[in-house]
Design a protein around this ligand. Structure first.
Ligand code: ATP
Ligand code: MG
Length: 413
């Protein structure tokens, strides 16, 4: 039997459904990505005896257990003590860890509750994964020839520690060599089946070689992601495979790829405006400020975003933005809104949304009917889209559709 790992998520709130156990899902993906066999996941509440039993059961089945949660300073954070019991060793306070924790509080100008020093207690014989974000260090705890890893429950602390320390240590123990890297290409404007059809040639070629691989991840209102995963003996080799495949996929998909990895649509749009030295203003009806909110979430947005007008009532469209009398869910209204807001706020580019979010129809038009207005230089235009889904989804889709329209316009043909 090959080397096996298990995941154990610790926390009563996970059992009660107050928190969704996304950590286990993420860890499962990472283990699969690295080719580490992983056949069991557990969840256990904050109870000493039951955590001890869950750890012992897991160690009976598997060679390694990664547990998350319960490393905090409070009464119900008892993972450290449970692991110590399984190891058959006492907890020992590490003065240098205590100093690091004290220092973290001082750096934030806060006094440290004494209870935080519990986080400097380490089972004898365990090694420490230094804490970088939260105050809880992670642990690597040998149990005979097996191992228990403990990482915090807070998702980004957990992820950071897994990537920095746990996965490499685990790969070494499991005898899994090589480096796995992945990149996500984000797309907008094509269905999953449409993407698969366009990429069929690439998929066939990769099926034959088995490396890299391509997977589609539908992420709803953020479009569809194409994830490329490459494995190499070295990081350079994996990187080269990844670069080559990403270039091939981009060549096939062309302009529907709007960014890669974590870059959002609004960040792409901001970058394009910045490069052209232009500023943007938005007039929003059915999106009610959602477009503006996404734009200001981009660091440095003040360089290119002037502001917005939530012109929800028809009178506001007419009186504030100078939209002529007539139907407001229309091409003419969308154009007049985009042009009006750019004039009003002194921006180079104007964008507008007007439409029917639902659930009831408006001006005789069904929910999901949306006009996206754009005014750039001499160009003043609006496109009509029919968006699926409930009210929230229609509004979200209108936002990203509008931003994508601006992206395509700024990028040119
Ligand atoms: P802390 O020092 O913050 O107390 P901890 O290691 O003790 O960290 P927990 O107290 O178990 O971790 O969880 C802290 C928070 O992390 C929870 O409130 C929850 O928001 C999140 N969290 C914990 N476990 C999970 C999980 N399995 N999946 C997703 N989120 C989780
Ligand atoms: Mg806690």
């Amino acid at each position: 039997m090959g080397y096996r790992a298990e995941v154990l998520a610790i926390g009563t709130e996970l059992l009660l459904g107050q928190i969704l156990d996304t950590n286990s899902a993420w860890m499962g993906q990472q283990l699969a990505l690295r080719g580490i066999e992983h056949v069991y996941q557990g969840k256990v509440g904050d109870n000493h005896e039951r955590i001890v039993r869950a750890l012992r059961d897991a160690l009976d089945r598997a060679d390694a257990v990664i547990c998350c949660g319960g490393l905090g300073p409070t009464q119900d954070d008892i993972t450290r003590a449970a692991i110590a019991e399984v190891m058959g060793v006492p907890l020992v306070r590490h003065p240098e860890l205590a100093d690091v924790i004290r220092g973290m509080f001082e750096a934030r100008g806060r006094t440290m509750p004494e209870s935080n020093l519990l986080q400097a207690d380490v089972p004898e014989g365990a090694s420490v994964i230094e804490q970088r974000i939260g105050t809880a260090p992670g642990l690597i705890c040998p149990v005979g020839d097996k191992v228990v890893y403990a990482v915090p429950g807070v998702p980004y602390e957990m992820q950071e520690m897994l990537e920095r320390a746990v996965l490499a240590d685990l790969s070494l123990r499991a005898g899994v060599t090589g480096v796995i890297l992945s990149r996500v290409l984000r797309t907008w404007g094509e269905s999953e089946s449409g993407l698969a059809e366009r990429l069929q040639g690439r998929i066939d070629a990769l099926d034959a070689s088995g490396n890299p691989t391509i997977a589609f991840l539908a992420s709803g209102i953020e479009g569809i992601k194409v994830r490329i995963t490459a494995k190499g003996d070295t990081a350079t080799e994996a990187q080269e495979l990844l670069d080559a495949e990403a270039a091939a996929v981009r060549a096939v998909l062309g302009r529907i790829v709007f960014s890669s990895d974590d870059e959002t649509m609004e960040a792409v749009v901001g970058g394009l405006l910045l490069a052209r030295g232009q500023t943007l203003a938005v007039a929003e009806s059915l999106t009610g400020g959602m477009v503006a909110s996404r734009l200001v979430a981009v660091p440095g947005a003040s360089e290119w975003f002037r502001g917005g007008v939530v012109s929800y009532a028809s009178e506001v469209k007419h009186e504030v933005l100078g939209v002529p009398e007539g139907p407001v869910v229309s091409e003419a209204a969308a154009i007049a809104m985009a042009d009006g807001v750019r004039r009003l706020l002194g921006a180079d580019v104007g964008l507008a949304t007007t439409g029917v979010a639902g659930p009831t129809e408006m001006e005789g038009q069904p929910p999901g009917t949306v006009w996206l207005g754009l005014a750039v230089g001499e160009e003043r235009s609006a496109v009509h889209v029919r968006l699926p889904g409930d009210r929230d989804r229609v509004r979200q889709m209108a936002c990203i559709s509008l931003l994508d329209r601006l992206r395509l316009t700024l990028q040119g043909p």
